[in-house]
Design a binder for this molecule. Sequence first.
Ligand code: ARG
Length: 320
Amino acid sequence: MTVAHSPRFLMCPPRHFAVTYSINPWMDPQEWSRRSHILAQTAEAEWRSLKFLIEQSGAVVDLMTPAAGVPDLVFAANSAVVLDGKALLARFRYPERRLEEPHFAAAFDALVEQNILKCSTRLPADIALEGAGDCIWDRERELFWVGFGPRSSKQAAMAVEEVFGVPTVSIELVDARFYHLDTAFSVLPDGQIMYFKGAFSRSSLRLLHERVDSRDLIEVSEEDACGMRLNGIHIGRKLILSSSSPSLRQQLADHGYFVSVTSLSSFLLAGGSAYCLTLRTNLTSDSRSLATDVKHALDRQADADADAHEPERRAENIAQ
Ligand code: ARG
């Protein structure tokens, strides 16, 4: 079985993950420190289950090296924007996260060396863009949706257009709880867009309705958005989420998707969930590759299901 077309994700083990500062309304360092030991163990176990589920669904995971002193490094989605083998490295708004930049740069050098990516490039000075957390590829419409406001600069979209040679649509985030686009907006594999209305400015909502057919817009409740249920990983027709609700499950089923849940409660305390913990590294701007991509994921999932009881395979996954 070839892995060339399987979805490929970068992840960072949560060895040093913790909530030690607060840069979004979900983060409470005092609350974390009261239960830090147990929460660190929970994070390890939850992250391993997520990785296992991703692999079992037919995707490939590459790991980067964890580092002390940068507790949010685990949120690989923020490391860069990647398309067609090219990575545009993130620049963070807050100094706490700026410390992650050299670690991510080293991780991308390694991916280029291993031929997983072709090259990595940097943003112009003074422009912040927090990677795929604020820049989401829409294969159907062949454009990037770029979130700005709390973290990324409004000018980031222009830099993205220049680097990748594709159009962008800028979306303004106006609710501090939804500080990255990926907390309130998700593009599903067939081009439907799930979103929480309250996160966006009026003009951005207008733009969304202009660009997307109303049949492809899936509006979710505030409760689902606050549960970070828009922050999912898509593999084939499967959506991996930290939790779900009956109404969200139904909304997704109506569009032909099914939900697979794995708890990420410790990461929610930092304001992140499944999508944030991964970065898709083999997206291409060629929408014709969609069919093969989904087919390969399904083939690999069938293989993985058949292998699921093989003891060594389990041991290896659990050990990582
Ligand atoms: N604590 C991190 C921050 O505030 C969480 C990042 C979550 N990542 C994401 N792509 N939404 O930056």
